[in-house]
Design a protein around this ligand. Sequence first.
Ligand code: F6P
Length: 534
Amino acid sequence: MFENLRALKSRTKARRITDLFDADATRASRFCCETSDMRLDYSKTQIDDDIRDALIALCDSVALADKRDAMFSGAPINETEGRAVLHTALRNLDGGPVVVDGQDVMPEVLATLARMRHFADAVRDGALTGAGGAITDVVNIGIGGSDLGPAMAVLALAPYHDGPRCHFVSNVDGADISDTLRGLDPTRTLVIVASKTFTTIETMTNARTARAWIREGGGDPFRQFAALSTAQDLTADFGIPADHVFGFADWVGGRYSLWGPIGLSLMIAIGPKAFDAFLRGGQAMDVHFRSAARHENMPVMLALIGLWHHQICGYTSRAVLPYDQRLARLPAYFQQLEMESNGKSVAMNGSSLTEPSGPIVWGEPGTNGQHAFYQLIHQGTDVVPCEFMIAARGHEPELAHHHRLLVANCLAQSEALMRGRSLEDARARMAAKGLTGDELERQARHRVFAGNRPSTTLIYPQLTPFVLGQIIALYEHRVFVEGVILGINSFDQWGVELGKELATSLGPIVDGAQSTEGKDGSTAALVDYVLRYR
Ligand code: F6P
């Protein structure tokens, strides 16, 4: 499938990215995509016109446009679960009808959104109180997509917070809920149980612990609990009143669910108006994805760049490096989005993949990462394509000098990765320090940067709700395009099931109620150790 691209790759062997700039003064403007306000610069990669054309040709070979339209129109493209994939409907604020199984889902989506706004306003303005008065704190209990999205976005949009404080509990490790609840008032805390299935063991264990904490602390679990779930029978069994339950359909995947009820904590934090702006950002990216020509299409090009680096160049991981402290949780969010979606070994039709599936995604905000793992990025033997992100301006005008330094560092890193430092340059520097002979040579070699390392930069005016919405939708569609080209179902996650099953069967063994018979020697020995020391 990728022969043509592999041939083009071999042509790049002796070429430096800087040669491409030397040969084409317009490269920066020709190898970038723009929306109304964001710019994705991919000129600091080896992609040239021929490579881009060959990458774009892949889209035709897999009928990408038809598959994209099938997703937006509600076709059951999640074939292993027989479901539509319609998180886009959740942000379809003023789009037309979206029909699933002969029924327009938009009236229900918009009605739930209206109920969320009403509920969020009631929490924010004190109309909904706890046993001890107005709600001061909201604790979202969820895991995976029911945690990472709202936790990431609440932090990202901190400058817009004007509601109660929001906290997130995800881990079944008691340390998480214990540390989070410490210092909160059980009579003025709202607990939101976020779980699509309402069966996830971590979430239900934490939810029961929170309920006991509220009850024992004099709070009112009935008033102080809300649920976000597709399983309304189970939320009722848990004792959550129907008017505190916000449902959604099974066509919203967990890692794509921030746009609907799972975003309730975000809406409470920033208010319904700012949440609408977030949805509009996502919707704007949908419009761009559906209408922009492929070489100008940001999600399409981002996917193709990723494919070039992973499947063709063989770079096994990709670093997401937001120069934005408030995007600290974005790499973790993208890890789930990309790795749970495209970390597969079989194609949609059940055959084994013949090409590598999605890459390992990791990262940290800059500039912190520079003082930790950038050493490997610059001088390690593995090439790691870097995806930088930066706002033109921050939210702290009084600290504009901080932002100038942040921008300078971000741009410096992509320049350094591309340019590198030659041995001659390193030698000259050592000579200027007075070194000579073998010592000069030895020291110089440690100071060489191979350079020619690829990166992209996504730049936006400021991290507003609208911009964040665009960024999230951009990456969602990128994952979709990658999945279509690889022939993967990006919307199931069977790979998480085996561990869940084994954990359930290990429960009574770790309790000491059942023997380790039948377990492998390693597992049995580890259980013995736990039983000895607990
Ligand atoms: O175990 C993986 C997963 O199913 C994710 O896909 C999902 O986001 C997470 O667990 C939480 O699931 P739920 O929202 O049903 O509790």
